[in-house]
Structures are given as C-alpha cells and as structure tokens.
Design a protein around this ligand. Sequence first.
Ligand SMILES: [Zn+2]
Length: 387
Amino acid sequence: MKIFNSLSGRLEEFKPLSKGKVNIYVCGITPYDTTHLGHAFTYISFDVLIRYLKFKGFNVNYTQNVTDINDRDKDILERAKKLNVPWNKLADFWTQKFLTDMAALNWVFPNHYLKASKQIPQVIDLIQKLLKKSLAYRVNDSVYLDISKISDYGKLSEYNQAKMLKIAPNFEEDLECPEKRNPLDITLWRATKPNQPAHIPSFPSPYGAGRPGWHIECSAISISSLGEQIDIHGGGRDLKFPHHEAEIAQSEGATGKIPFAKYWLHTGVVYYQGEKMSKSKGNLVMVSELLKKYSCNAIRWLLLSHRWNKTWEFTEEKLIKAQKKVDFIEKILALQNNTSQSELIHQFTQILDNNLDTPKALQFLLRLAKQNNPGLKKLYEVLGFLN
Ligand SMILES: [Zn+2]
C-alpha cells in the first residue's frame, strides 16, 4: 500500500514499525462548538483508513485526544465565560455532541479517547524530561521549549522562521511574551497568573499552578497510550505548523527516538461558498443539520468521493447526488445475498492501496451495483457504509 507522507512530501510504501501492527494517533477536537463538515471529512477519512488497515489484517491501535484544556484563553475558556458555565461542563457538552454526530456517521470509536485535562501527570512527565535535557527552560512558573536547541525544527512544514512568525499568531496567544527567548518557543506549561479570573482552570505542577500547552498534550497522550514511536499521525492540514511541528520537537526531544511518527497524514480542507469552512467565516455546514435531511451513507459517500488529502468544495447538489447513488446501491443490496469474491477483493484493494483512492473505490462499487454483482455488500461495508 502506498500512502502520501507529508514528512517526505511524497507517496511512500506503507511499512509499519512492527509487522502486522499499526499505531495511529489523530488530533481530536477542541470542544466548544458543533461538528461541521470539515471535521467530519478529517475524521471519516481516518475512519476509512483504519477500517481498511483492519480489513488488510493489521492490528490497529488508535488514539484520539480531546483538547478540553490548553494554554489559550480563547476557545473554550472565552466561550465558557461568555455563557457563564464552567469550562469542563461546556467541553463535556460539545464532546458529547461531537460523539453523537460521529456515531450517526458510523464512525469507528478510538481504542483510546483521552481528555487532555485527565492527562496532566503524563504532560508533566514529558516536560520534566525536556527540562532535564536542557531542551526546555523555566521562567517563573512557566516552561517553554527552546526551539534553538532542536536542530531540525521545521522539518515537517519546511517553513523558515519568517514564515513561521507569519502563521503562528493564528494559533498562539503568547508570541510576544517577554519571558520567551524566541517568540516561536513553545509554551509547555503556562503559569496561573496572580489574580487570574476564577473561570480559568489551574492544575498543580512542580513549577507551580498552571495549565499545559496545546502541543505538549498531544505528545504526552500519544506517547503514554501508544508508545514513544508511532506509525501514523494524522490531522487536518492546518495543524502541520505549529501544532505538529511542535509535537515532533517535543516528542523526539524528550525520548531521543526518531521519528516520533513515521507517516504524517494531513487531510484536505473543505470549502463552502468559495472560502474555507471555518467558524470565523461563519460558513459552517453542520453535520447534525445534514443528518436531518440525508442518510449517514449519503454523507459518507459525499466525503469519500473526495480523496482524503485533497481540498474540495461542498455544495448541497453533490450531497443530493450522493443520496441518489446510495439509494440505488441499497436497493440492489436488499435483493442480494452476501457473498465475497476474491477477484473483486483483489481489484478493490488495488484501488485503495493507491493512497486510499476512495473516489475510485466508490466508482467501482457503483459499477458492481449496476451489474448486480453479489460481491458488492462486503466491499460496501469495508468503507463503513451501514447496511
Ligand atoms: Zn494534536
């Protein structure tokens, strides 16, 4: 099987670190708002990859985190303050909504689904390792990763310092913090400020009360649940820098094991009305709204009719067409017995082995349906369609 690895920038033969086993980590949501189609595209793309790896006989161990706490004042904390609810209640509420939406899309639940707020000891353990190796420094009660000590910092995105400085403000709130040696140094632990408002959570640590940075959470959760090195690390394309770059620096710095993740998989962006679907643009298409009008299988068909690492634009017309296609397939399936045919499986795996070419796999299924081929049902289920 060939898969596009962002780390090398090319298609690579997929060879896991240990035979027959795949450890995969996918960055999860920051739960303060509802699930939109962009989220669904990322998580259903990995859902199909995981189903397919299992179909091929791999033993898959899959972790996803919930960023219910991080070093930012925005997101959850800002929203919780506005609504006057505790941050953890807000996070639980939206996490549950996300899981309900994803369950309705027949999403494979991860083996480990871990909240950052429950992983503070693992985070502290990793920060201790980085401090011991002098890769991190402490100022007052905060701790930062010194990127000047990481010789290959930037190897995933291949951005230079100027480009990093341009992008970082979209993600980081403390670039100008005078405690930092370099504005791009990564916040590992953010100290609780004196007179900090009560709605901001605070956890004890060897450095003083505070809370973990966003990036260190994923390093800690990945290492503690899957080990120091993993096969696949996934997420949306916009996480490449600073989030994934920081994860590599922290994880490889702390453990000395390179690579932290062998394959980096970044999903494409979903556009709507000519712009990236995002909260700030206000052009979100909610999964829960789509589910009122269209079936799980139609939404899955729509998502999988786009290659996982390509950017695409949503239109309702595409979803109407997807619904018609799955309705047609299901009508055929209702009259069939489930038989599996090795020649069909061979053709199907040849398609998906080429960088998980789901658009082509869907065309293949449609052809089988038109031929009333009894091998259809098995392959339809491999892609996670409900039947
Ligand atoms: Zn992450």
